[in-house]
Design a protein around this ligand. Sequence first.
Ligand SMILES: C[C@](O)(CO)[C@H](O)COP(=O)(O)OP(=O)(O)OC[C@H]1O[C@@H](n2ccc(N)nc2=O)[C@H](O)[C@@H]1O
Ligand SMILES: Nc1ncnc2c1ncn2[C@@H]1O[C@H](COP(=O)(O)OP(=O)(O)OP(=O)(O)O)[C@@H](O)[C@H]1O
Length: 301
Amino acid sequence: MSVTVRVPAKVNVQLAVGAARADGFHDLANVFLAVGLYDEVTVTPADELRVTCEGPDAAEVPLDRTNLAARAALALAERYGIDPAVHLHIAKDIPVAGGMAGGSADGAGALLACDALWGTRASRDELLGICAELGSDVPFSLVGGAALGTGRGERLTPLETGGTFHWVFAMAPRGLSTPAVFREFDRLGEGLDIPEPVASRELLDALAKGDPDALAAAVSNDLQPAALSLFPELADTLAAGRAAGALATLVSGSGPTTAHLARDADAATEIAEALAASGTCKHVRVAAGPAPGATVVAPQR
Ligand SMILES: C[C@](O)(CO)[C@H](O)COP(=O)(O)OP(=O)(O)OC[C@H]1O[C@@H](n2ccc(N)nc2=O)[C@H](O)[C@@H]1O
Ligand SMILES: Nc1ncnc2c1ncn2[C@@H]1O[C@H](COP(=O)(O)OP(=O)(O)OP(=O)(O)O)[C@@H](O)[C@H]1O
């Protein structure tokens, strides 16, 4: 018996960041949109807990117990007094350290897959609680769609979306560390008055209407200056996206993946071709959102 769960990547269409809290985290108004770029996590009973990974970035993924998929399996096993002897296989299509919540996707996927394999039948709230312990982005990977994340991003309110948004993602030749980007945000903001993070009304309305032009006018990412400060060449990728006709271009989360909003699927294909030809990124992917959250795709006997 094995269980496979498919989990989407995310883009942050708004990322408003408050001042550093006493615990080192930052309060956020984090508007997540899940997009159709997926990792698949397959869990199978085994002699001991082990993790394997396939995909273009597989060499960069840790295979020990620091892997978020392993941590998720261990957290559920401990809670239910189960032996966590499983093989977790990750088919990884989401870029690693790209700001698209790839590790978080694997954590949410492994949790749902182990819950199904072990028949633990944890409630949704219990699963969300474990996700929040694993990382700020992990609860959203479980629920998908579109949602506002407050607190450190783990407290979710689902959002309405009135249509499909078409994106082009440009992957960078190296990753960025999320803590390093938040540290750079703190450094750049030293001595400044950092306002409380608040979700933009215009942005939520644009999502609800499914209006790409209105969304383009409202997207924002407070981590973008920090990501650009650590990775200045990203400015060239953003400029190439704008030149190719993207309605909006921004760094995805903590970066370095850049997100380029297109008016429709055809425009996305054109922007993707122009970005690929620009020589400003490693590779380019097209994906639309909202996409469903973690979903069991194949329970196999
Ligand atoms: C940048 C985003 O991806 C936007 O969705 C998230 O805020 C990051 O979420 P994540 O990767 O799940 O982050 P976590 O694993 O919870 O935290 C990693 C590190 O990022 C920083 N961090 C994260 C979330 C947050 N609200 N404030 C922070 O300062 C902290 O230094 C923390 O130690
Ligand atoms: N299953 C996993 N897949 C990828 N990275 C993992 C995983 N588990 C742990 N990691 C570690 O987490 C680091 C961040 O990887 P990840 O791909 O989640 O970054 P990210 O997409 O930028 O995250 P986020 O957008 O949530 O901030 C990696 O460098 C790696 O060391």
